[in-house]
Design a protein around this ligand. Structure first.
Ligand SMILES: CC[C@H](C(=O)O)C(=O)SCCNC(=O)CCNC(=O)[C@H](O)C(C)(C)COP(=O)(O)OP(=O)(O)OC[C@H]1O[C@@H](n2cnc3c(N)ncnc32)[C@H](O)[C@@H]1OP(=O)(O)O
Ligand SMILES: [Co+2]
Length: 145
């Protein structure tokens, strides 16, 4: 495995509208995308884009709100009603190769590889096998350098 770019930090919230107001009014974010639904992933999503610096890409805060009662983040919000840091997402060049590596290390990959909020293949590795951090692995979109 070779550590790839930190694509985003996933932050669960009971209200994406309240979180947008927080990042806009408290944190001074000026680049927040419109929320959109991902029913197949059980979430409503939007991105707070952080600034680039010294030529380096910024990263994103990915705000996620449960889409319905079957959302995979309902358990987290039941334990953390105010929401909070939910997962981290790192990029890899080849999602199938990465999946095989994690499975080869005996890490629990959760569910099938599927298309995530960036339109590229993703999977998740169980937090209990990842130092307590739910870890999302995402294939770098071909258009990105
Ligand atoms: C895909 C669209 C978008 C994108 O970027 O493209 C997203 O990122 S959407 C993100 C939402 N989707 C997911 O999170 C899918 C993967 N997650 C899961 O399958 C579940 O959330 C799971 C299995 C990680 C936890 O499910 P649940 O909370 O229902 O199970 P438990 O309560 O039994 O939890 C087991 C154990 O893990 C601890 N836990 C749960 N969530 C987290 C977390 N986010 N970070 C760290 N630890 C977590 C939980 O406290 C339990 O620990 P225990 O000590 O046994 O109490
Ligand atoms: Co994510």
């Amino acid at each position: 495995m070779k550590l790839g770019r930190l694509n985003h930090i996933g932050v669960a919230t009971p209200s994406i509208a309240d979180s947008i107001a927080h990042y806009r009014d408290v944190m001074g974010a000026s680049d927040i995308t419109e929320p959109f639904d991902l029913p197949e992933q059980g979430v409503k999503v939007c991105f707070v884009n952080t600034p680039t610096h010294s030529g380096m890409d910024g990263t994103q805060i990915e705000l996620i709100e449960p889409y319905d009662e079957s959302s995979p983040i309902n358990g987290f919000l039941a334990k953390n009603p105010a929401g909070g840091q939910h997962h981290v997402c790192f990029e890899v060049p080849d999602i199938a190769e990465a999946r095989a590596e994690f499975e080869g290390m005996g890490k629990r990959v959760l569910g099938p590889t599927r298309i995530g909020a960036h339109g590229t293949p993703i999977f998740f590795v169980h937090p209990k096998d990842m130092q307590g951090m739910l870890t999302e692995i995402m294939e770098t979109s071909k258009g990105d350098h």
